[in-house]
Each structure stands twice: as structure tokens, then as C-alpha cells.
Design a protein around this ligand. Sequence first.
Ligand code: G1P
Ligand code: ZN
Length: 543
Amino acid sequence: MNVRRVPTTPIEGQKPGTSGLRKKTAVFMEPGYLENFVQSVFDAVGGLDGKTLTVGGDGRYFNERAIQTILRMAAANGAARVLVGRDGLLSTPAASAVIRARKTDGGLILSASHNPAGEDGDFGIKYNIPSGGPAPESVTDAIYRRSLEVGEYRILDAGDVDLSAAGTRTLGGTCVEVFDPVAIHAGIMRRLFDFDAIRALFASGFTMRFDAMHAVTGPYAKAVLEDELGAPPGTVLNGEPRPDFGGGHPDPNPVHAGALVDLMMRPGAPDFAAASDGDGDRNMILGRGTYVTPSDSLAVLAANATLAPGYAGGLSGIARSMPTSRAADRVAARLGIPAFETPTGWKFFGTLLDAGLATLCGEESAGTGSGHVREKDGLWAVLFWLNILARRRESVHEILAAHWAGHGRDYYSRHDYEGVDRAAAEALLADLRGRLAELPGRRHGPLSVAAADDFSYRDPVDGSIARGQGVRIFFEENPRAVFRLSGTGTAGATLRVYLERFEDASGALGLDPQEALAPVIAAAAEIAGIHVRLGRTAPDVRT
Ligand code: G1P
Ligand code: ZN
């Protein structure tokens, strides 16, 4: 078999600081585009000679074609072995689990997360390091630099590899091992959670819906929830992965998973519901008549962690991203363990997990996880909740109410202004940054500003510093508003405004969050001049 060296033109690859390359599918399908990125990764990690790689994706349009190309390139670059999920499928947390369990030299994950899929949708690819986590900035920068200069890629002249059944095949000098994408991850879940208790819960008539949103988690959820834990067939909704995700937008939030939320707010709703996103790393948790914010979910999991066998020995620490509410910090304080506040993005949790400083991590954007892998993990969060429900035998609402009664409640909401003019959004933030020193002491309605800064983080393990991670405004009366621009959107800019206010256990705990937050919402809009600068009177999405 022949290795071809194909000339390629440099691409404007993955932007430094982002954890993957995400573009329109059509861009990835242009001759040489995917190949340029893949060759850049291989070169940036010092070549592939004799190495083992994990490869899989969320099943979106172009997934399998991309994998066939990657396999031929890995073979041409001298890889010893490539592990590929059957049918090319691997959820992001499962890919992380496989990289770790099989000790591969990292892996390539094909996904654009919750972004719509299809010929007109988005595609993405990222390289994860041997710890199983997203590549740190030093590696992504090296990949980026290489993508701007790489002049050719190597690819084997060979046909497609059969990915439809588990087994071992050869491609040139490379062994391609097709494996069950569910088994390794399910094995970890079995060790962490009390499957007997969850089985007994379902046997007692407990009802649940899990919406896989036609994306990658269908096979995982069916295997674990229905086949192993005895949830009745039909528990998993939209469980067949489709190349276009059924035309939907698989982001598990009250907007894009609105049908599931509606179901849970109606009389006769099931006891519990959950959803995950395109690549299976995000989660949404619902009880009958109850939506659990991701920030509260992290706090409740932390407070109840010892009910799960995998965390029975307690937690070493809890880490949350800066814009996530401070509910988890209150649990950490009560448990007497450290709380870490990191910039947005899962990669910042990696060093804390590797060093054993934190056990649980979470982001307000529906990401929760632990040291079992180095990605956030949707199904893990769902099973953790099931474990707690099975042991406490209380409803989601009762668990949440008891949590607030014990710790107080951090009312929380994120307002997204999507598809706004990039220059206007950047100017808004630049202006805020320029005025930080003037803000303290100013009054806005009933609130006055106590302090304002631009969040910067020093990693306690490797000492690296990340600056400019978001403007924080703290008010005297305890509310907080945070402003940052999204780094993951593909059209225009998205301004995210994160709003929160704490009410202690003796206060009003049952208010509607938007009402409870009304003064801080108004103050944030006034301070940043949102309506004037963006020409918008209301956010597109409130979560
Ligand atoms: C968003 C979320 C962030 C998450 C990231 C990847 O990034 O806000 O918490 O880590 O997606 O899932 P953003 O678009 O805000 O930059
Ligand atoms: Zn995702």
C-alpha cells in the first residue's frame, strides 16, 4: 500500500485558547481542510510513529467520512494502533474514559458539541491529551502554529475500514481496533454508583425520561438505564443518533429541550427527567414540576456525594467556573474542604483533578463531572442524581428545598444576547473594563457597587495565569453580575450576563428567579449599557 504526500494549503486553524476547531461542516469537507488540521496535530505532538490513538465522534454528518480519513492518515504517519468506537461513535466523556483506561497517546474527538449538525450545520474536532482531557494552551498553540505552515499531509491509498462491528483490522502497518463505545464508560459508572439501589428504585415504579436529542447518548442511556438498571423501554427518548440530530439543537437547556421541560411541568409528569447534548458531556436535571439549575445541581451532588459508593470517602475539594453560582462554595465551607474558582472552560479543572485537589467540578452551562474522566459527563450526572434519589427516596423538589433550607439559596440566571454585532459587544466589554475603578460606590436602584474587577486566575498547580476572564461586579447587598463574551459561537458574538443573588435560609426561598433577580438584572443592564450598545431590550435566552 502506498503513502501519498499531498500538498495542502495552510488553514486558519483552531484559535489559540479554544479547545477545538469548530466550523461549518462544508468547510471541513473542503479538500485538505480536515487533513491539514489532523496532520498539524500529529506533527505538533511529535509525530505518530509507534503511537496509539483513540478516535470517535458524536455521529453527526461527516463523522464517519472524517474518521476514515483520519485512519488512513494515522496509518500513513506510522501509528501502531487506533482504537475506534463502533460506527465511529464515542461520546466526549467516553472518549476521555477510553484514552485513560487504555492509556492511549491521546485521541481525536469529532464533535461540535450542542451545535446543530448536518450538511448546513457545524462540525468540529479536538485533540485530547493522554490524561484524557482537552489539550492545554501550550499544545493547542503548537497545533495552531503548525496549521499555518503545514505544506503537505500523509495519507495511505486504501479503502474504508469496516466500523460496523467490533474487531481488529489492519490498515497498512496499523492495527485498527473497533470496540463497543459503551462498555468502558458503563464499567466506570457501575463502580461509582449504587446500581442495586437504582435498580430497586425503578422496580418500585419510579418513572423517568431521558432525552438523548437524537445525538450520541442514546446508545449509552439505553444500555445503562433500560438494559442494566431496568428502567422500562421508552424511558430513553430520541435514542437513535442521527446525522442531523433530527434537525434539532441538542443543547439540554429549557429552551432547546423545551418539550421535556413542558412535560415535567404538566400534571402526571414522571418523577425525574434529564437530557444530554450532542456529544454527551452536558446535562439537564428536572424533577416533577422542578428545574434544577446546573449551579444548584453541582451543590446538591457535592452535599450528597457520600451516598454514592465512588465518593463514599468524601470529597477532596469542589471546583466551579467563575460565572457558576456560589452555591457549591457554601457546601465546601460546610464540609471544610477547599472550593476553587476557575475561568470558564473545562480544561482549567484538569490540573486540579490530576493533583487530587478537587473531586467534583461544574459549570453553570450544564457541565458537571469528577475525576473519573477529564471531561464533563452528562450521563454521570444523571446517574449521580438517580443514586441520590434511590438512597433518599425523596422527590427532586424535596431534595432541592431541603438543600436551600440548609444552605440558603443562590438565585441564579444567565442572560444570553446572541448573534449581536461583534464590534459592539467587544466595545461594551472594553468600556466596562476601562471603568472598573469608577464603579464602586455607584448606586443602581436599590443596589450599590462594592467592587468590580476583571477575573484573572493563577492555576495553583502549574502556576499558569489566565487574565481577562470576565468582568465581575459585586454589590454591597451580596448580588453579583458577570459579563463575558462567548468563545464557542460560530455566528456574530454572544454576550453572556450571569446574574445571582443569595438569600439565606431564613429568607424567601421560593421566588421565581427572574423576579428575585430583577434589581440586579436592571443594575447590570444600566452599568454596561446593554440596551443602548447592542440595540436589544431583552436577552434571547435565559437559563
Ligand atoms: C460555553 C460555556 C462554557 C463551556 C463551553 C464548552 O462556552 O459557557 O461553560 O465550557 O461552552 O462547552 P462559551 O460559549 O461561554 O465560551
Ligand atoms: Zn458538549
